[in-house]
Design a protein around this ligand. Structure first.
Ligand code: FES
Length: 121
């Protein structure tokens, strides 16, 4: 299957452990919110859906890191996720991590890899 890539943002839009970029994707026949951040100099993307209750993580648009900038945080009840994998590392997510999405950085841009996304559905 040929890979389809969808442009998400410019690579320069993502500072290390800085503000994220929100985007939408089609999943299970409907539009769902997602986001991408930069961690360990790589873009990392996830569905914007907490493992505790399926609400979006950010109250202030694009702010996904906690005050330490080491973890992603759900602002509703404070669940913490590892920014490299989306694994739950504390709080009410109780072992239920974020759903990762495949992204690649190339030629100064960040792309979502759509066939791999379909396999995760
Ligand atoms: S909804 Fe995210 S921690 Fe409760």
């Amino acid at each position: 299957m040929a890979e389809r890539e969808r442009l998400i943002c410019a690579a320069g839009d993502l500072a290390e452990q800085g503000k994220g970029v929100r985007f939408e994707l089609e999943r299970h026949g409907r539009s769902q919110p997602a986001f991408v951040i930069r961690f360990d100099d790589m873009p990392r993307a996830f569905l914007n859906q907490c493992g505790h209750v399926p609400v979006e993580l950010d109250w202030q648009e694009g702010e996904f890191f906690d005050v330490s900038r080491h973890y992603l945080i759900c602002t509703t009840h404070g669940a913490l996720y590892h920014p490299a994998t989306g694994a739950c590392v504390g709080g009410r997510c109780a072992g239920r991590g974020l759903i990762p999405l495949p992204v690649v950085e190339r030629n100064g841009h960040v792309y979502l890899l759509e066939p791999a996304l379909m396999e995760n559905q």
